[in-house]
Design a protein. Sequence first.
Length: 236
Amino acid sequence: MSKLRAIALGLMVAASLLAGCDRRAPAAPRQAQQRPTLVLLTSLPIVFGEKFGVDQGGSALLTKLETRYRVRPISVADTASLKGVRLLLAAHPYAQPAENLVELDKWVRGGGRLLLLADPMLEWHSELALGDRLRPPPGFADTGLLAHWGLRLDAPDERGPVERTVEGRRILAASPGRLVGGCPTEADGLVAHCTIGRGRATIIADADFLDERGVEGATTAGNLDWLVDELANLEL
């Protein structure tokens, strides 16, 4: 075998191996004293189950988050709740009053980092009755925040599971929306990365990918790892 042919064969093998791998290993756990605070604003049963029983708390996502962060749930995204923290996960939150959205925007522009899951058609199964104030809203209640950042959130044309590849990782979503606008997007509008003042916001047009029960019974092991990776990217 000639030297050039051997080199070419080696490059082909290396390319094949890289194609089958994620872009990087999942973000590693941290020692307790090294974990920064992550404030969590959500309508989803991530910290507590829907029945709020002793045996209802602690989702798989919360367990994974707590290997890297000190997770602190908040009920509103106001200045007092965000004071002194740099990272916020807003996972399909309840509608926020206009004054809180102003304060959230100011926090991001001042250097805050936000990962927002804005699902226009939530498929998450709930035992709570329609209209129950504790039930997650059927769609992200955008009262102008995304438009203020130059984005539009479109509802899906069809309902059902959708598989997307985001930076080498296979993600399974349910009826995801599409983000359009001035921020760079990827995966057919599933994700938008915005620079806002001195801060940054990553918006994902789905929240069902967090459901540990899977999407119509199907799961991908990388869904939760992807969320943690996106948070790690915002820390940079």
